[in-house]
Design a protein around this ligand. Structure first.
Ligand SMILES: [Zn+2]
Length: 169
């Protein structure tokens, strides 16, 4: 599928294969809407590997509920618990639920996006489907709580600058 490299929401130029610019994508996600991920080249690889069953799965993590899709639930969950997946690393991920199989990755990715949207809209439908109350996913804290430290350093620098300007030093 060929897409123009213009953000569909604001019209800014964006990189090929993307639908929205970063700002518009984040705004859309904050309001609880997810699009299926781009699957360029995956269908061919799936066919080569003889894959014909794809699952959507739900993990409980310290950051909230993670929703993903995979052709191999066991291997994918192991990758999560081994902290090899960035968005759940260090969050003690545990499998809560998996879907019935889909016969194409595209269908699984479509359902994954819908389930993420229901989660982030805190929809009752999420619980009807998975049996779990939706918990929106927070971003993984920056490594080594660098965010807090950076903030303190910035404030310290501003205070020092002000004191210097005021001629206290
Ligand atoms: Zn945009």
């Amino acid at each position: 599928m060929l897409r123009s490299n213009i953000c569909v929401d604001c019209g800014r130029r964006i990189r090929p294969r993307y639908t929205r610019c970063y700002n518009c994508e984040m705004r859309r996600r904050r309001s609880g809407w997810h699009d299926p991920e781009h699957l360029s080249g995956q269908a061919k690889r799936d066919a080569e590997l003889g894959r014909s069953k794809f699952y959507v799965y739900l993990l409980d993590t310290d950051y909230g509920h993670y929703v993903g899709h995979t052709a191999n639930v066991r291997a994918r969950v192991k990758a999560h618990t081994d902290n090899k997946v960035k968005s759940t690393a260090g969050g003690d991920p545990k499998l809560l639920w998996k879907s019935s199989p889909f016969s194409t990755r595209e269908d699984a990715a479509g359902f994954e996006a819908a389930l993420k949207s229901l989660r982030d809209q805190s929809s009752e439908r999420f619980q009807e489907i998975t049996g779990h109350e939706p918990m929106p996913l927070k971003p993984v804290p920056a490594s080594g709580s660098g965010c807090g430290l950076t903030g303190i350093l910035i404030i310290a620098a501003i205070v020092a600058t002000l004191l210097t300007i005021l001629g206290i030093f």
